[in-house]
Design a protein around this ligand. Structure first.
Ligand code: NI
Length: 180
């Protein structure tokens, strides 16, 4: 197992539509192990493969009941087949630094997926876990929680990131903004 680097906005890999997983082999299993390790190290409660640079339809989510017990679940090729109701809650993302915001999501979702061996399953859930699943499955379609915010909030965040990048580039070039 090894820790992987988590890509952050505006990395273009985060915007790609991820490919279906068709081969269930040892490579996939070791990749899943890396994802789980990376998620807990972050720490996070969910991670999608594109976030560590691999554009495939695979997510891992934390399903621990207690904080000290790490229990995760892997979902390959997850797809929301049914959704109903509405809920609004605060979200953040390991790939969207320094931002949390309220996002409107479905209250209940039914998700069909495959496990690490390729066996099909279906899961129906609600509340917080339904939010996590919607958030992570969005990543597989190149969608970030940012995209659910108002145009203004999104524009402000993009501007902030751009400024940070410009400041970092200046620093790299040895230019400082210090006024004397
Ligand atoms: Ni995320």
């Amino acid at each position: 197992m090894s820790l992987r680097q988590i890509l952050t906005f505006p990395n273009p890999v985060l915007r790609q539509k991820a490919e279906e997983v068709t081969e269930f082999n040892t490579d996939l299993n070791s990749f899943i192990a890396d994802m789980v390790e990376t998620m807990y190290d972050a720490p996070g409660i969910g991670l999608a493969a594109p976030q560590i640079g691999k554009s495939i339809r695979l997510i891992v989510v934390d399903i621990s009941e207690e904080e000290d017990e790490h229990k995760s679940m892997v979902m390959v090729n997850p797809k929301i087949t049914k959704q109903s109701g509405k809920q609004v809650d605060e979200e953040g993302c390991l790939s969207v630094l320094d931002l949390t915001a309220s996002v409107k999501r479905s209250l209940e979702v039914t998700v069909s997926y495959q496990d690490a061996e390729g066996k099909p399953h279906e899961l129906c859930t609600e509340d917080r876990f339904a939010i996590v699943l919607q958030h992570e499955i969005d990543h597989l379609d190149g969608i970030l929680f940012l995209d659910h915010l108002s145009t203004l909030k999104r524009a402000l965040y993009k501007k902030k990131v751009k400024k940070q990048q410009q400041a970092a580039a200046k620093k790299d070039a040895g230019i400082t903004d210090d006024k004397k």
